[in-house]
Design a protein around this ligand. Structure first.
Ligand code: 4NP
Length: 149
């Protein structure tokens, strides 16, 4: 299973999602490939936002080695699932990949029990938003792994 997690900047939400999922994948010894990317290239090459780094470390997950990148056209063929943080990301991804891309692109909270169908809110301008983003993403990981069993 190859899973790509996508947000706008690939420095706040999707690096956290990638970190939490990859930690679980490692713990469970699964043969999965995980990655993350941004619909924009605004922060390409940068490490995750320090607030995401801090939130992850609070939960024993180290995301400091990640680097932001923009979504590539080859990602559609390479990944089995492309999981977007919000409805705008989905619109941008469908526009980027073209009309045939629908099936693999999902809202990440489809896999969560308590946040189903909700956007993962952009925490960039909200220092207090990162703990909530972590809670939402932790639930997504549990739901995805349950479904994949
Ligand atoms: P992310 O958050 O999409 O979760 O990485 C953002 C990061 C940067 C910006 C917006 C959102 N920005 O405007 O630079």
């Amino acid at each position: 299973m190859k899973v790509l997690m996508v947000c706008l900047g690939n420095i706040c939400r999707s690096p956290l999602a990638e970190g939490i999922l990859s930690e679980e994948v490692r713990r469970l010894n699964l043969n999965w490939h995980t990655d993350s990317a941004g619909t924009s290239g605004w922060h390409a090459g940068e490490a995750p936002d320090r607030r995401s780094v801090a939130e992850a470390l609070k939960h024993g997950v180290d995301i400091r080695q990640q680097r932001s990148r923009k979504v590539r056209s080859t990602d559609l063929a390479e990944f089995d699932l492309i999981l977007a943080m919000d409805a705008q990301n989905i619109r941008d991804l469908k526009q980027f990949f073209g009309p045939e891309s629908g099936g693999k692109i999902r809202l990440i909270t489809e896999y969560s029990r308590n946040f189903k169908g909700m956007d993962v809110p952009d925490p960039y301008y909200d220092d207090d938003g990162f703990a909530h983003v972590y809670t939402m993403l932790k639930e997504f990981v549990a739901g995805l792994l349950e479904e994949a069993k």
